[in-house]
Write a protein that binds this ligand. Structure first.
Ligand code: FES
Length: 124
């Protein structure tokens, strides 16, 4: 991959954190959106990166809200292998249990990069 800030493996990308001017945190380049949903690691924590059908970018915690399992991205579904809860990558909503969801972090596009203002510690 041409981006020196990240290393990509099948369906998983390890990102070396880079804090831009101010408090913006670099998630990676927009090239990551070519294959989503996928798991990315930002500042040592796992997230699900997804480009929604409307072009918006979503970043969700990849920690299951049930018992903190590790969410995986399998084709068009997010799955916790511990107890098989499934999540919709478009919304982060749980498809298995009502009123559960993956917490989302707002993502912006800036000059070909994906950035977030903060990574809340409660979901990191
Ligand atoms: S820990 Fe994820 S479904 Fe139970």
């Amino acid at each position: 991959m041409s981006d020196s800030r990240s290393r990509r493996e099948p369906n998983k990308t390890i990102i070396t954190p880079l804090t831009l001017g101010g408090s913006m945190i670099d998630v990676g380049t927009e090239e990551l959106l070519e294959e989503t949903p996928q798991i990315v690691t930002v500042e040592g924590n796992r997230y699900v990166l997804h480009e929604r059908e409307n072009g918006d970018v979503a970043l969700y915690s990849a920690i299951c809200p049930h018992q903190r399992g590790r969410i995986t991205a399998r084709e068009e579904i997010l799955l916790c292998p511990n107890h098989r809860w499934k999540f919709d990558p478009e919304t982060g909503e749980c498809l298995t249990v009502d009123d559960e969801r993956l917490p989302a972090v707002p993502v912006s596009r800036e000059d070909g990069s994906l950035v977030v203002e903060t990574l809340p510690s409660k979901i990191a």
